[in-house]
Design a protein around this ligand. Structure first.
Ligand code: AMP
Ligand code: ZN
Length: 487
């Protein structure tokens, strides 16, 4: 479907589909409506900023689809049972293991961390999904699929356990590029001798030691496998066929590969038209892991004095298919970038307020720079959400109007455009009194005046300006390369 942005410009959104390994034009099953399922958190601990990179990618995708005029039906699940340690078929449930550590019960763990998760989403400016379904509320829906898969010969029962026979599903491996033969060779040391093939995966497990369990036709003391949960929840809330399914890069295999095998064998239809995955957030060039002590949550970011807005910007500013390296200096850079965007908004607002009398009427030059900014911004995001280029369009726009302000009429259109930009990025500020300090131009003027005072050895004058800046919430750092400032 082509979406009309304005009367004279028709643009097409192109996305990278992990399943086809190529960029494809985006088309929905139902005209104008997008059904999107995002794999959500396993609620056994506070989500870290890496998790939020993946979720923010989904948020930006949803916002961009809305900018294009689609109605987006977004579902993000909450995994509160069945996700075992190491994403495996054997071993302890992540939530139960945490309950043991915190000496409480699994329900307390999942409810507490779900609350934290939803609060973090709000703090980071997420648009709310239509629903955040919990796996434990969908056991009958999972059983329906599991029983049908047994009847159709895709799954087999060994005692109370049910496994999916990967050799029965021809397209197994299409998403991840894994071949069943290679998986089998790699899994020779598999301890589970019940499986027909080492690459088979569990749909349902019986384990008396497991705390969360259900008494069902498949046997007593059972609980679902992690993958079947998402097949069942997506179907319940969005139907047999959806447009987009997202997750982090680690979800490609085994999680999403297994979801495809389950859903498509069950319905006989293509499950999701587009599979999209965000690359991981790394820390100082390496893995984020508890043992390295570099797993950060929103609280850690705030403790260091950075805002949620700066974190949101840091996590969305790269391309979602490029790994992103997190350092504390990125948060500082993001603050400077946000100060520039705030300045852009203020400049445009000032031009609107100046009205037709004091500012020259909008000229074709004004139209040209506004159209160039909008075209570049839209073309970038239409190209598989190329965020760095989209942001560059905004900074170039600021540079252009810094040289010469817009006329009032073009400024009004520019303000409307920036409000739509905010609808996509969720990081702009339109209320002047929400801004810390002054505009970038005001601040830079004071910084230059202080440097001039110092050059003239007027130390008292230089200190007074530094204090004035401090009152505006601006700190200065002097170095051999000159002065830098931050809010
Ligand atoms: P989990 O709670 O482990 O199920 O993870 C929730 C989501 O966060 C999944 O979509 C993961 O792919 C994603 N995720 C986990 N670690 C990272 C990371 N370092 N960077 C980006 N996404 C991540
Ligand atoms: Zn999932």
């Amino acid at each position: 479907m082509h979406v009309e942005l304005t009367e004279d410009r028709v643009l097409t959104f192109v996305v990278y589909n992990t399943r086809s390994h190529t960029k494809e034009p985006f088309e929905t099953i139902e005209d104008g409506v997008v059904r999107m399922y995002n794999c959500g958190p396993t609620v056994y601990n506070r989500q870290h900023i890496g998790n939020f990179r993946s979720f923010l990618f989904a948020d930006i995708l949803r916002r961009w689809l809305e900018y294009l005029g689609y109605e987006v039906r977004q579902v993000m699940n909450i995994t509160d049972v069945g996700h075992l340690l190491h994403d495996a078929d054997e071993g302890e449930d992540k939530i139960e293991a945490q309950a043991r550590r915190e000496e409480t019960d699994p329900k307390q763990i999942s409810e507490g961390y779900t609350r934290d998760f939803l609060a973090d989403l709000e703090a980071l400016g997420f648009r709310e999904a239509e629903i955040y379904p919990r796996a434990t509320d969908h056991i009958p829906e999972m059983l329906e699929i599991i029983q049908a898969l047994i009847e159709k010969g895709y799954a087999y029962q060994v005692g109370g356990n049910v496994y999916y026979d990967v050799s029965k599903f021809e397209r197994y491996g299409e998403l991840s590029g894994n071949r069943v033969e290679d998986l089998e060779a790699g899994a020779r040391i598999e301890v589970n001798t019940e499986k027909r093939h080492p690459a088979d995966f569990a749909l349902w497990k019986c384990d008396p030691k497991h705390l969360m369990k259900w008494d069902t036709v498949l046997g007593a003391d059972g609980f679902p496998g992690w993958h079947i949960e998402c097949s069942a929840m997506a179907r319940k809330h969005l139907g047999d066929q959806i447009d987009i399914h997202t997750g982090g890069e680690d979800n490609v295999f085994p999680h999403h590969e297994c979801e495809i095998a389950q859903s498509e064998a069950f319905t006989g239809k293509t499950f999701a038209s587009y599979w999209m995955h965000a690359k991981f957030l790394q820390v100082d060039g390496g893995k984020m892991s508890k043992s390295l002590g570099n797993v950060y949550t929103l609280d850690d970011i705030e403790e260091r004095g950075f805002s949620e807005r700066a974190l949101r910007y840091s996590l969305i500013r790269g391309h979602y298919r490029q790994p992103l390296n997190f350092t504390w200096s990125i948060l500082k850079e993001s603050e400077s970038a946000l100060a520039k965007l705030d300045d852009l908004v203020v400049r445009v607002q000032e031009s609107v307020e100046a009205g037709g009398e004091s500012v020259a009427d909008s000229t074709s030059r004004d139209r040209e720079i506004l159209d160039a900014a909008r075209d570049k911004f839209e073309a970038a995001l239409n190209d598989d959400l190329a965020m760095p280029q989209a942001l560059a369009a905004l900074f170039e726009f600021r540079t252009a109007i810094e040289k010469e302000p817009l006329g009032a009429e073009a400024a009004a259109d520019a303000l409307a455009f920036l409000e739509r930009v905010h609808g996509v990025l969720g990081v702009l500020e339109f209320e002047r009194d929400e801004l810390d300090g002054g505009t970038v131009a005001e601040i830079e003027k004071l910084v230059a005046a202080r440097t001039a005072a110092r050059d003239a050895k007027d130390w008292g004058g230089a200190d007074r300006i530094r204090d004035q800046l401090l009152e505006m919430g601006i700190t200065l750092e002097d170095s051999a390369d000159g002065v830098t400032w931050r809010r």
